[in-house]
Design a binder for this molecule. Structure first.
Ligand SMILES: [Zn+2]
Length: 489
C-alpha cells in the first residue's frame, strides 16, 4: 500500500490553537504506518485558508491521486481538505474515483448535523430521480392493478402480502391496533397527537419496529381507505387512482366517521385539503420545546395559515404569550436553507453524474430491448405465415393483433436507437451536460407539487427547531434562529 498524507494549517489556527504542521505530520504518519504503508508521500499547505481550493499542496495531491501515485490518504479531519462541506464531498468523490481510500484520524461525517443533512439531501434527490424513472415504468403495473392484482410490494400496516401469490391477508396483531385507533379517534375526544402519544406509552411497535408513532403516521393510517377494503393505486389524487379490493379491517361507517373528524376544520393541526402545512410534524419550538402545528385562524379579520406551539386547551406546555408564525415566511426560510445547501452546482453535479444510468445499465437495457424486438418480429412473421398457409383467416381480431405487433415493433426499434446513442454518450459524460441536469433539479425542486414537496421534506429532514418570536416577514430570517436537522441515513 502506498499512502499519502495531507496537512494544512492556516496562519490563524497556528496563532490561536498552537496547531503545528509537525503535530499533524507525526500523527498522520504513524497512522499510515499502522495501516501498513510502504512509502508515504507528503503534501503540505502552510498558512492557507480552507475556504479556497486553490492551494499548491492540494493541487499537487490531486494530481498525484489522478496519476495513481498512492491508494490511501491520511488526513486529520475533512476540514483540512476544505472548510466547505460541498468541497469536502467533491474532493472525497474525486479521491474515491481514483481508487484512493480516505482515512481520517478521528472523525466521522455522519456524526455531524451538517453531514447528516447533506446525506439526506443526497438521498432525497436521488430518490426523487428514481421516483421519476419508476413512474415511466409503471404503466405495466397500472395494467395489473386494473385487473385486480396487487402490482407492487404492498406494505401496509395491518396486512401481510405474499408477492408470489399476490394475496393480501389481514395480520391480526396489527389489525387489532388499527381497530383501536379508529375506535379511540371516533369515540373519544382524542386528537391525532394524543393517539400517537398513547400508542408510544403503550409500547406498541410500528411497522418498522423502530422509532415512535409519529402523528403523521397516525393521520395517514386514519385517512387510508385500505382499511375499509379499498386499496387506491396510482396517482396521489384519489379520483385518478385505481381501486383494488382488499380485506377490510374497519366497517365503512366507522371509517367514514373518522374521515369526517379528520376533515373537520379545527385549529388543532387536523386541517386537510386546501390548507397544506408543509412543515407539520417536523417543527419544534426552541423556546418552550413543544411541537408546533399548523393552524388556520383569523388575524385582523383575515384568515391566515400559521404555525404555533400554543395548545388549544388545558395546562399543556406552550409559549405564553402565544407564539404564532406566518406559515409562508417559515416555510420559505426552511426551503431556502435546503436550497442553499444544494446551490453549489459542483456538489450537485457530482450527484447527478452518479444518478445518470451507468453504461452497464444501458447495455443491459439494450440487450433486453433487442431480445424483445426479436420476439416481436418472430411473432409477427408467425402470424403472417399462418395467414399465407391458410391456417388463419384475416378477421378483425387477427387484423388488430397484427397492427399492435407492428406498433410495438416500431416502438422497440426507436427505443433501441435511443439506447444505442445513450450508450455511446455514456462513456464520456460532458461536464456541461451534467451541470445542466443539476440546474434542472434545483429549479425542479421549486416547481414540485405540494404533496411531493412535503414528501421530499420528510425524507430529508428529521426536525426543525425554531427559536425566536419575530413575526414580520422582513425580520423573520434575521431575528429567529431556524435549525434544520437531516434525517439519519
Ligand atoms: Zn413555544
Amino acid at each position: 500500500m502506498r499512502a499519502a498524507i495531507y496537512i494544512r494549517v492556516s496562519t490563524e489556527e497556528q496563532a490561536r490553537h498552537g496547531f503545528s504542521l509537525s503535530e499533524q505530520y507525526e500523527s498522520c504518519c504513524s497512522r499510515a504506518l499502522e495501516m501498513g504503508a510502504g512509502g508515504i508521500l507528503k503534501f503540505t499547505d502552510e498558512g492557507f485558508s480552507g475556504a479556497s481550493l486553490d492551494r499548491p499542496g492540494l493541487s499537487a495531491l490531486r494530481d498525484a491521486a489522478r496519476s495513481g501515485h498512492f491508494n490511501c490518504l491520511v488526513i486529520r479531519d475533512p476540514d483540512r481538505l476544505s472548510r466547505r462541506l460541498a468541497h469536502q464531498l467533491l474532493l472525497t468523490e474525486e479521491f474515491e474515483k481514483y481508487g484512493v481510500r480516505l482515512e481520517f484520524l478521528d472523525f466521522d461525517w455522519k456524526d455531524t448535523p451538517e453531514g447528516r443533512l447533506f446525506y439526506s439531501i443526497k438521498g432525497a434527490v436521488s430518490e426523487y430521480e428514481r421516483e421519476k424513472i419508476r413512474e415511466r415504468m409503471s404503466r405495466g403495473k397500472l395494467q395489473k392493478a386494473r385487473l385486480g392484482g396487487i402490482p407492487v410490494n404492498f406494505d401496509v400496516y395491518g396486512y401481510t402480502y405474499c408477492p408470489k401469490t399476490g394475496i393480501v391477508s389481514i395480520l391480526e396483531s396489527e389489525a387489532k391496533v388499527v381497530k383501536d385507533i379508529f375506535k379511540c379517534y371516533t369515540g373519544e375526544d382524542t386528537g391525532i397527537l394524543g393517539l400517537a402519544e398513547r400508542l408510544n406509552r403503550m409500547g406498541i411497535p410500528t411497522r418498522r419496529r423502530s422509532g415512535p408513532w409519529h402523528r403523521q403516521v397516525v393521520r395517514q393510517l386514519l385517512g387510508n381507505p385500505v382499511y375499509k377494503g379499498e386499496w387506491h393505486y396510482g396517482k396521489a389524487r384519489r379520483e385518478q387512482s385505481i381501486i383494488v379490493p382488499v380485506p377490510a379491517i374497519i366497517e365503512p361507517e366507522l371509517w367514514d366517521a373518522a374521515e369526517k373528524k379528520l376533515s373537520r376544520p379545527l385549529c388543532s393541526g387536523t386541517s386537510r385539503g386546501k390548507r397544506q402545512y408543509l412543515l407539520s410534524g417536523l417543527l419544534t419550538c426552541g423556546d418552550c420545546s413543544t411541537a408546533m402545528h399548523g393552524c388556520f385562524t383569523m388575524w385582523w379579520g383575515k384568515a391566515e395559515r400559521r404555525y404555533t406551539c400554543r395548545k388549544s386547551h388545558g395546562d399543556l406546555p406552550g409559549c405564553r404569550p402565544a407564539k404564532y408564525f406566518h406559515a409562508g415566511a417559515l416555510e420559505n426560510s426552511v426551503w431556502l436553507q435546503i436550497k442553499k445547501l444544494l446551490a453549489d452546482p459542483r456538489t450537485l453535479s457530482l450527484e447527478v453524474a452518479n444518478m445518470l444510468p451507468s453504461t452497464g445499465e444501458t447495455q443491459r437495457e439494450l440487450a433486453k430491448t433487442k431480445k424483445e424486438l426479436h420476439q416481436t418480429v418472430k411473432g409477427l412473421s408467425a402470424v403472417l405465415e399462418a395467414l399465407a398457409e391458410g391456417l388463419a383467416t384475416l378477421d378483425d381480431q387477427t387484423r388488430s393483433r397484427l397492427a399492435s405487433m407492428q406498433t410495438r415493433r416500431i416502438h422497440l426499434e426507436k427505443q433501441i436507437i435511443d439506447l444505442e446513442s445513450a450508450a455511446a454518450r455514456g462513456s464520456c459524460r460532458e461536464p456541461e451536460e451534467v451541470y445542466a441536469a443539476s440546474a434542472k433539479i434545483i429549479s425542479g425542486l421549486d416547481n414540485l407539487d405540494p404533496d411531493t414537496k412535503r414528501h421530499l421534506l420528510r425524507v430529508m429532514i428529521a426536525g426543525i427547531v425554531v427559536t425566536g418570536k419575530a413575526k414580520k416577514e422582513e425580520r423573520f430570517q434575521k431575528e429567529n434562529q431556524i435549525i434544520v436537522t437531516g434525517q439519519q441515513q
